[in-house]
Ligand binder design. Structure first.
Ligand SMILES: *Cc1c(COP(=O)(O)O)cnc(C)c1O
Length: 503
């Protein structure tokens, strides 16, 4: 359990500091006139009249910023940081999100001055270091995915999907017909149908079979000359590998349609199999999942798109090329390109971190990572399958999905169990997703966790299952150890208070 002091914990252990609430006031409420956390050097240039310089643009009234001393600010932000949960505090089993450890060596490399301060407007001739890093990362990712070419521009997984489907569309258009629809299995991540719709396609739902995979007969019946592509997550969102993937690719290709793979779950495949080898035409990766760059508030993200040779002319502009002297440069002369999807090169800091991770692990290390991620998920599955319902018995890959079926009999739902997990010092798993499992508990431990941490998590989950039997109210009213217990989620979504305003 966490030792963080919060009013609720202090109340529970009978230790209430009278000034605590006072200390926890917002910075704005603590403000008092004249306090400063800075001291400016005396003016050593001629004083000018701001209005002569800026005219009407000069502000007449002060902006209403809080006035505080340095220690008040330090305490405020340090306190806020202790109210949050992070992978650096403990296991973060948020299924589908691959909340793995962000190795410190990545941070060290990305902070090397020549890289951290590389300006995007530097001429290519003076940016060879960073361009070579981009080139090497591209080569590594092409090797890992088995594809022919790649763009690193997209800033997130969903942005990668958007870019990938733009490529699909541009290719079909070049063949004379953009086609009308994209088929998406009912187990898909919500971003897939959103992507298809925003690229101007009709979304057609495909029902999963009893094992949670693609029903080949249903797919064959559904694919026609108006199908642009199938968007498939592999392993699927229930953590199951699509064993018929090459047949799925054949069914699509027979009708001139393409296979898009949502590669956000590549943590289960790296070093084992390559999507390019099993018929995938275009896919995205999440560097902020599989390749250990920070996310969940620590971003920014990065969602490279890898594709087969025939889609290369449509890649976002510019594309990195090498001239006859071995110099790397950006090529903007690409008449068939879908255009730019991101400023400059993309989120360069993430490229450096991902490459550091790939090189530090090496091929054997990456394969071991995949094996450990799968082993950890299956260890949890084995240790919990007698207390939580396992709706799909198909072998699990990097994550395991239970349902709350047994607990619902006592009036306790997946969301209640997740809230109770917070009291045990863990971040909740993914709640109620994927939608094909009613009351889902989606658990992805990643390779980062030790046997000891996994056992603590399993103990917590088993202990909660026992509480559901004996004292369900305790679970239904959790969490009991946080500053705020349960939010009014509807109000938070409909009437969010996003900023403080002076009275
Ligand atoms: C995380 C995820 C995405 C979206 O990635 P973002 O970077 O959050 O946009 C898409 N598909 C799957 C399966 C995911 O797990």
């Amino acid at each position: 359990m966490s030792t963080i002091e919060t009013p609720a914990v202090n109340k529970a252990i009978g230790k209430v500091r009278p000034h605590q609430t006072q200390n926890e006031r917002l910075v704005f409420e603590k403000s008092s006139p004249g306090k400063k956390a800075y001291k400016l050097a005396p003016l050593d240039v001629p004083e000018v009249d701001p209005e002569a310089l800026l005219g009407d643009a000069v502000r007449k009234d002060p902006p209403g910023l809080p006035e505080l001393s340095e220690i008040e600010i330090i305490r405020h932000f340090t306190r806020l940081s202790t109210w949050n949960y992070a992978i650096d505090l403990g296991m973060y089993p948020l299924g589908s999100c691959t909340m793995k450890y962000n190795p410190r060596v990545n941070e060290w490399v990305s902070r090397i001055r020549g890289l951290a301060e590389a300006h995007p407007y530097r001429p290519d001739s003076l940016a060879q270091g960073i361009l070579n890093i981009i080139d090497l990362l591209q080569k590594c990712l092409i090797e890992i995915t088995g594809m022919d070419t790649i763009t690193l521009q997209p800033a997130a997984g969903a942005h990668g999907e958007f870019t990938g489907i733009l490529l699909v569309r541009a290719w079909h258009e070049s063949q004379g017909n953009a086609r009308k629809k994209i088929i998406i299995p009912d187990s898909a991540h919500g971003t897939n149908p959103a992507t298809a719709a925003i690229c101007g396609y009709q979304v057609e739902n495909l029902k999963s079979n009893a094992e949670g995979g693609i029903d080949l007969e249903a797919l064959t019946a559904q694919v026609d000359e108006e199908t642009a592509a199938l968007m498939l997550t592999n392993p699927s969102t229930i953590g199951v590998f699509e064993e018929q993937i090459h047949k799925i690719a054949d069914i699509l290709h027979d009708k001139g349609a393409l296979l898009y793979m949502d590669g956000a779950n590549m943590n289960a495949l790296v070093g084992k199999v390559r999507p390019g080898d099993f018929g995938v035409d275009v896919m995205h990766l999440n560097l902020h999942k599989t390749f250990s760059t920070p996310h969940g508030g620590g971003g920014p993200g990065s969602g490279p798109v890898a594709c087969k040779k025939f889609l290369e002319p449509f890649l976002p502009t510019p594309v990195l090329v090498q001239d006859e002297n071995g110099m790397k440069t950006w090529n903007y002369d690409r008449p068939q390109s879908v255009g730019r999807v991101r400023a400059f090169y993309g989120n360069t800091g993430m490229f450096i971190r991902a490459l550091a991770y790939i090189l530090a692990n090496g091929p054997d290390g990456l394969r071991q990572t995949t094996e450990d991620a799968v082993l950890n998920a299956n260890y949890i599955r084995k240790k919990l399958e007698d207390v939580y319902e396992l709706p799909y018995k198909t072998p699990s890959m990097h994550e395991v999905v239970f349902s709350d079926k047994k607990q619902v009999a006592k009036g306790v739902k997946t969301g209640d169990i997740a809230k109770r997990l917070i009291d045990y010092g863990f971040h909740p798993y993914t709640v109620s997703f994927p939608l094909i499992v009613p009351g889902a508990l989606m658990i992805e431990p990643t390779e980062s966790e030790s046997l000891e941490e996994l056992d603590l998590f399993i103990d917590a989950m088993r202990s909660i299952a026992k509480e559901v039997e004996e004292t369900p109210e305790l679970v239904k009213s959790a969490p009991h150890s946080t500053r705020i217990s349960r939010l009014d989620e509807v109000k938070a979504a409909r009437k969010p208070v996003l900023r403080w305003k002076p009275e």
